[in-house]
Ligand binder design. Structure first.
Ligand SMILES: C[S@@+](CC[C@H](N)C(=O)[O-])C[C@H]1O[C@@H](n2cnc3c(N)ncnc32)[C@H](O)[C@@H]1O
Length: 228
């Protein structure tokens, strides 16, 4: 799917959060923050979709909490291609925040998320030192950092992580939830290799679409192409 336009790739964060909100509303898991990221009514989804999102969200959640527990929260989490994800707020409500939580996405997605956070008290009241943003291209509030980068450009990604105070010596968990598939294998390999070389203690959670040549995968690819 690396040949889809950037606009179509950015739009995938809507689908992810809309499907998560639908599943949350149906009681698959608890997330009292997602409705602030995705306001309004949502069209009915097939139960298979909600079950798939439950497996995806819950498996990542369990791994994240295991990592945080092992490090006694003295660690960093870097969510690459975070979209409108609410994991930071969910961890905060369980008193399980790491010392640094960095989210990275394309500029348009970051601007949209910052506007959403700024407009919704339940979101920004969880961030320390939050003040109304003049610069909508990044947000640095206590342990929370939201920055923009095209991650196919490793130099840009590294610079934005530096601006967020990344510490290469602290245990760091990288999360890519349905993200790497939108770039070429060379570009995603470069990110993984950079993490392996740069960090003394790093872990990687990657949750990805597979079997893109079966009927389901082909329908997904053609839907993305229609959005271009
Ligand atoms: C399917 S969404 C997943 C969002 C989030 N991880 C989740 O599961 O809710 C993919 C996200 O990856 C981001 N993304 C894909 N390629 C990217 C790139 N080269 N640079 C920055 N962000 C990228 C998209 O903008 C989008 O927000």
């Amino acid at each position: 799917m690396s040949d889809c336009t950037d606009a179509a790739i950015q739009a995938t964060c809507n689908d992810a959060s809309v499907c998560k909100k639908y599943a949350v509303d149906k009681g698959y898991w608890m997330d009292r923050f997602i409705s602030y990221m995705v306001p309004g009514r949502i069209q009915r989804k097939q139960p298979e979709i909600s079950r798939g999102y439950y497996a995806r969200t819950n498996s990542i959640w369990l791994l994240l909490k295991r990592f945080l527990t092992r490090c006694s929260c003295t660690c960093q989490i870097v969510s690459l291609g975070a979209g409108l994800d609410t994991t930071y707020w969910r961890l905060g409500s369980e008193n399980m925040l790491p010392i640094r939580y960095i989210e990275v996405d394309f500029l348009d997605v970051v601007v949209r998320k910052i506007r959403c956070i700024s407009a919704k008290v339940p979101l920004h009241s969880c961030l320390s030192d939050f003040s109304t943003q003049d610069d909508e291209s990044c947000l640095h509030c206590g342990s929370y950092h939201l920055v923009s980068a095209d991650m196919r450009n490793l130099g840009e990604l590294e610079e934005k992580l530096k601006q967020s105070g990344i510490d290469y010596s602290v245990p760091t968990l990288f999360l890519t939830e349905c993200v790497l598939i939108y770039m070429s294998p060379e570009k995603s390999n470069a990110i993984i290799q950079w993490v392996a070389e740069k960090f003394s203690d790093a872990a990687f959670i990657n949750y990805e679409q597979i079997h893109m040549n079966d009927t389901f995968g082909q329908v997904m690819i053609s839907n993305l192409k229609v959005q271009q």
